[in-house]
Write a protein that binds this ligand. Structure first.
Ligand code: GRF
Length: 207
């Protein structure tokens, strides 16, 4: 059984998708043992409570420096002894020590088709604003392993979503979540939990 810690920052809709797919068996051999949020009072914490999952807040506001926050975040994650850390709408730069501690055991969901519209400054609604500004016809989401860079780790799964002529950033974000994020993040976790992901350099093969 794979023990998973899910890190969140806000709405927790990706967390909810994981909870639901563990409950309906689409994700097997896995259990969420903890949820960690960098913000107080967010819906993701309510979702964890409703599912009976232990949740903690590690907020930068509670620490004198970024280094102390980083240390506390890593310490809190390690206390759960996870085999996988999932970043589900987690808007925190993962420190190098964290990446090294959980090498190839951190999966992130990004709301674009990496390498487009990713990297520093591309998160949440900003991604979809940039997509609409550029006028691309197809966007989507990417589930990838986290390395020392920002959105640069080996890609696990991607799913395309068409941009509609009347899309706003909000309508596009919602459709990318519904049609892509909430599908490929749980699927990536199921593949990981059942040892179907094989990383060779920057490539991931599934099987
Ligand atoms: C979504 O846009 C997701 O792509 C991004 O964070 C936003 C909120 O996700 N990673 P969630 O509802 O908190 O899972």
């Amino acid at each position: 059984m794979l023990n998973i810690v899910v890190c969140v920052s806000g709405g927790g809709t990706n967390l909810q998708a994981i909870i639901d797919k563990i409950n309906n068996g689409e994700i097997s051999n896995a259990k969420i043992v903890g949820v960690i949020s960098n913000n107080y009072g967010v819906k993701a914490l309510e979702r964890a409570a409703s599912a009976g999952i232990d949740a903690k807040v590690v907020s930068p506001k509670d620490f004198a420096s970024r280094e102390e926050f980083n240390d506390a975040l890593l310490k809190t994650v390690k206390e759960y002894e996870p085999g996988l850390v999932v970043l589900a709408g987690f808007l925190v730069n993962i420190p190098e020590a964290f990446v090294k501690e959980f090498k190839e055991k951190i999966i992130n969901i990004h709301p674009s088709l990496i390498p487009s519209f990713c990297g520093v400054g591309y998160y949440g609604l900003k991604v979809h604003e940039a997509v609409l500004k550029r006028g691309v016809k197809v966007t989507g989401a990417t589930a990838h392993f986290v390395d020392e860079g920002t959105d640069t780790g080996p890609i696990i799964l991607q799913k395309a979503v068409y941009v509609e002529p009347d899309d706003t950033p909000k309508t596009l974000q919602q459709r990318v979540m519904e049609q892509a994020e909430w599908e490929i993040l749980p699927l990536a976790i199921d593949h990981f939990a059942n040892n179907r992901l094989h990383v060779t350099g920057s490539k991931v093969t599934i099987g």
